[in-house]
Design a protein around this ligand. Structure first.
Ligand code: C2E
Ligand code: MG
Ligand code: MG
Length: 734
């Protein structure tokens, strides 16, 4: 087993990465200070006496020795000793009796006098005797009678040893006495008993001393050769258990060739090997965690966390009190979601990787290029005399991205980006804030039409604060019913009839001014409502109010043909079930859906195109009409236009406004009208302010108009008044 473990250790030794090296051992040796070894060696004997195992072994050994010695005493040495003493006693009695036998007396008479016997009894241990002839005829008894039973004389080995009475009775035969008599002799054996007890006592002392000695020697031997090594190993294992990575284990002082020394050596090696493995595994895991925590897996660039950390480090003041100036540039790829949705994530990922690669290659070593979000990157670059403004950095970035299309799977993709720029410490001394400022600038760039660089300005901050304030106020406005709808007439350009109205939101915000409040333009608050999701409840309110109003025109004022145009923002498409609530409101109000038109902007085509088509189809299935608002300003692709169930194009007012003095705008307006005709869609022009506008549109064959020329957006009552008082002749507008 031991050799097996050893050999497996040796095989592992060949795996350099897993086995502790001699260097490791020497390090650990150093760690185990001399003090440790000393205390180990000298404290162990003390520990031996406290060791439970040692005490158990010692007790067992002690008891065994004692038991064996007791057995030997009781069955061996003690009976022999007793026999010897009794033999000596008998011999002394025999000698004494033999010495007083008178050989001249007839063999049938008592061979000694009473006086002689008395003296004998007085001077020796003999306390009484009975004498018989050699034919066992009783002759006489002197002193204490030894026994009553004469028949026992035949048994020459007859003895009685009454230990309680300290009596020893034995028979001396003619052979013993060398005379023809039998003598039954009674002797006082008290001396024998005393000697036996002394013998037992002495022997017990010797036994105890011996046992103690043997046990002590054994304990010391056990301690030295077994316990000490075991305790040493236990201490090492404990150290390894408590601190498996850096176990403080001294080198083994025990002979590696014996079984325990070998086991200790092996255990130490395993502990060190384990420590080494743990350290390696941990450092590998740490590396991995570090990578996951601080790097983006797709591009391999640092992620936002690491970027922020690096930013903080670089922003720290140097010892001379100065700090580096650096640019922070945040980049967001424009319409990346479209590429992802239409071309698939593989293409999207490949583009993200290529952008990362290009940016990294274009920036100097000293710059940090990171991927900070899905399609967002952030760059930090120290400013120097050669590149001394953050704008230069941003322009370089924009150039790098725009310079040539990205080739992915043999397709070329022209990627555009919005860029926010901020400078440390010019724009903020807090590195986090610098990044936030760059993000604020980036948002500005996105809001202002993307594909542009925006440098941070303090005004942005103010604008952000104002937006928050506006959002709070808008929530209040919803609660306190400060929102209203105005209606702007829409007219048929050929017949001159009012065909409907566009519902436009108005926010009357009360204040302390003379007028008691101000109107806030939807252009200001709609984007805030869109960003916060507040557009969903506002949109529902608009739709319900506008449909209810139109229903009253139809039913109460006999204006059954009037159409109500309702603006629906892109956010409502993505953030709510627009079909569900449109259907619900139409049912609730009971309006003819054909008299309801929803105006959507081209922005909805930038989101998930499949979802948009589906939603538009569902809306169309309800029966409502669909118009594309501000047509021509957005991003719509003509190829999509055919697939959408659209009824009307609404030419953006900017083209109408400039149609008469800008050839380009005029041709755009003309093209939209022609496109409408080609696709069998009706076309409405908004922003018609003058008769010239009207004439231009008439000559191009536009179907419908809306604008200040006819009426501004007006309250519902005014709208009714307008409709009722209007004579149906466009010329009446002058
Ligand atoms: P829009 O839908 O394009 O609305 C037309 C805007 O042009 C209105 O501005 C209207 O007052 C203005 N307008 C109409 N005729 C003329 C004209 O002859 N000359 C000029 N200069 N302007 C004219 P308004 O009411 O300020 O609304 C601005 C935008 O706010 C709307 O543009 C629309 O996108 C959004 N909006 C308004 N109401 C709502 C609403 O209920 N929901 C949503 N989602 N958006 C709304
Ligand atoms: Mg509109
Ligand atoms: Mg418009």
């Amino acid at each position: 087993m031991l050799s097996g473990a050893k050999s497996s250790l040796r095989t592992r030794d060949t795996h350099e990465s897993l086995s502790p090296t001699t260097e490791d051992y020497s390090v650990l040796k150093e760690r185990s200070t001399a003090k440790n070894v000393k205390s180990l060696l000298f404290s162990s004997p003390g520990q031996i006496w406290r060791s439970r195992v040692s005490w158990r072994i010692a007790a067992a050994v002690f008891m065994t020795i004692l038991l064996v010695q007791t057995l030997v005493l009781y069955f061996g040495t003690l009976p022999a000793y007793k026999d010897r003493l009794l033999k000596d006693l008998r011999e002394s009695g025999r000698g004494a009796i033999a010495s007083i036998i008178d050989t001249s007396v007839s063999i049938n008479e008592v061979p000694f006098s009473e006086d002689q016997v008395k003296r004998l009894i007085y001077t020796t241990n003999v306390s009484g005797l009975s004498i018989y002839t050699y034919e066992t005829d009783y002759l006489s008894t002197f002193g204490a009678r030894p026994t009553q039973n004469v028949g026992q004389l035949q048994d020459t080995s007859f003895t009685i040893f009454d230990e309680e009475a300290a009596n020893y009775v034995t028979v001396l035969n003619p052979g013993d006495l060398k005379r023809p008599y039998y003598v039954v002799m009674r002797m006082n054996s008290q001396e024998v008993l005393d000697e036996i007890s002394t013998y037992i006592q002495d022997t017990i002392w010797v036994m105890l001393t011996m046992s103690l000695f043997v046990t002590t020697v054994l304990m010391i031997a056990l301690g030295r050769w077994l316990l000490e090594p075991v305790l040493f190993m236990r201490r090492n294992l404990l150290a390894a258990f408590q601190n498996p990575e850096q176990p403080n284990i001294p080198d083994s002082p025990f002979d590696k060739r014996d079984e325990i020394g070998g086991a200790i050596d092996l255990a130490n090696k395993l502990i060190l090997q384990n420590a080494d493995n743990l350290t390696r595994i941990k450092s590998a895991a740490e590396d991995k965690i570090h990578k996951l925590a601080y790097y983006d897996t797709l591009t391999g660039l640092p992620n936002r966390t690491l970027f922020v950390q690096t930013l903080s480090e670089r922003a720290r003041q140097k010892s001379d009190g100065t700090a580096d100036r650096f640019a922070v540039v945040t980049i967001d790829l424009d319409h990346f979601k479209d590429i992802n949705d239409s071309m698939g994530h593989n293409v999207g990922d490949a583009i993200l990787r290529s952008v990362a690669k290009r940016l990294r290659a274009a920036m100097p070593e000293s710059a940090v290029v990171s991927r900070s979000g899905e399609d967002e990157y952030a760059i930090m670059m120290p400013l120097s005399s050669s590149i001394n403004t953050s704008r230069d950095v941003a322009e370089k970035v924009l150039h790098v991205i725009r310079s040539e299309p990205f080739k992915v799977f043999n397709e070329a993709f022209q990627v555009r980006a919005s860029i926010g720029v901020s400078t440390f410490p010019d724009d903020a001394v807090d590195p986090d804030q610098v990044l936030k400022n760059a993000d604020i600038a980036l948002n500005r760039a996105k809001e202002e039409g993307r594909d542009a660089i925006k440098e941070y300005s303090e005004d942005f901050d103010r604008a952000v604060q104002q937006r928050f304030q506006m959002l709070r106020d808008l929530r209040d406005a919803m609660e306190h019913e400060q929102l209203q709808l105005y209606y702007q007439p829409q007219l048929d350009l050929r017949t001159g009839k009012v065909i409907g109205a566009e519902a436009l939101l108005r926010w009357w915000k009360p204040d302390n001014s003379k007028q008691g409040g101000t109107f806030i333009s939807p252009g200001e608050f709609i984007p805030v409502a869109e960003q916060s999701g507040l557009i969903v409840p506002i949109g529902e309110w608009v739709m319900k109010t506008a449909c209810t109003m139109a229903k009253s025109w139809h039913d109460e004022h006999d204006l059954k043909d009037l159409r109500i145009a309702i603006n629906v923002s892109g956010a409502q498409f993505t953030q709510s079930d627009i079909c569900g609530f449109t259907q619900r409101i139409i049912n609730e109000v009971g309006i003819n859906p054909e008299r309801v038109e929803l105006e959507v902007t081209e922005s909805i085509f930038m989101d998930d195109i499949g979802h948009t088509i589906q939603t538009l189809q569902n809306l169309h299935a309800i029966g409502v009409e669909l118009a594309i608002d501000d047509f021509g300003t957005g991003y719509s692709s003509l190829s999509y236009l055919r697939q959408f169930p659209i009824d009307r194009l609404k030419i953006d007012q900017s083209f109408i406004r400039n149609a008469l003095n800008d050839q380009d705008d005029a041709s755009i307006a003309k093209t939209i009208i022609a496109l409408g005709r080609a696709l069998n869609l009706s076309v409405i022009a908004e922003g018609v302010e003058t008769i010239e506008h009207e004439k231009f549109l008439q000559s191009e064959g536009c179907d419908e108009v809306q604008g200040f020329r006819y009426s501004r957006p007006i309250p519902a009552e005014d709208f009714l008044e307008f409709v009722k008082s209007y004579n149906g002749d466009l010329k009446s507008f002058g």
